[in-house]
Design a protein around this ligand. Sequence first.
Ligand SMILES: C[S@@+](CC[C@H](N)C(=O)[O-])C[C@H]1O[C@@H](n2cnc3c(N)ncnc32)[C@H](O)[C@@H]1O
Length: 291
Amino acid sequence: MKGKKRDDAHWILPFYKATLLTLKNLDFMSEYLHGYNDVEFERLLHQATFLAPFIFEKLDFSHACFVLEPGCGVGAQTKLLAEKNPNTQLVAFDREATAIQKATEWLQNWSDLQHQIQFLHADAGQLKSKFENYFDTCYICWMLEHVTHPVDFLMGIKPLLKKDCQVYVTEVQNETLQLFPNCHKTLRFWEAICAHQISIGGDPYVGLKCAEYLEKAGYNNIVQIPYNIRLDSSNQEKLREMIEYWTNLMRSVSPYLPENLWEGVEDELIALSKQPDAYFSYTFIQTFASL
Ligand SMILES: C[S@@+](CC[C@H](N)C(=O)[O-])C[C@H]1O[C@@H](n2cnc3c(N)ncnc32)[C@H](O)[C@@H]1O
């Protein structure tokens, strides 16, 4: 079954790229590491809520009126942004039609947010005619890690942004994952995920590079802040939740990696969450800039 999924993934990619031929800037694209399916869509929804206290802690939207969210996926973060900032208008776009379709379906149920959010299946170039020089805030999260040419992408959205637009980029820095004790299988699996992501055109270490990318793309006032999440068994419940979240994240990539690599990983993580001297540490990177 897993082997079949891997075959499907290879078959789907050319088909999927072909369906996107109407979109410009195909060279921005990498294959999406987690695949597009209902399990992944649910994972993104849970992820947004679970990580929100960390991601939003240092971001200030008090002056935001028109917010652009590239790579919004199923709109999980868009929903949170709209709820937290009721005076904003959000335009959220993604290159993946099924993700935007899901986001649009959910928006039907969020009647009080409908006047605030527009979801669009598009790339940045397609938005230019309607939204040139329009946004005062741009929010990018867990997206540049899936982009093959981030500088080109960051240049591509510039025509949509007003002068002084505030840009917030939150990205992965995957070598910072630390699990203690005894997580050899998990860490081996994590390394395999990172290698796979690179092989399909993404970058699991993009976080610390974002300052340079923003500078090359012509942004100003660049500030980079590492955000460390460290949990240990003094807060067993939070540690357990974090390990469960990480297990789901890794499981979502397991169909695309050799089957034997996943063996024993879940057991190791369950054991870790019960261990009296356990700790988890991960550092993601936030980069702020303006135009
Ligand atoms: C990990 S998901 C994150 C979704 C959302 N930001 C969140 O945190 O829930 C990354 C998304 O970026 C999208 N993406 C990647 N490259 C893109 C591009 N060049 N233009 C638009 N969307 C893109 C993918 O299709 C995917 O849905």
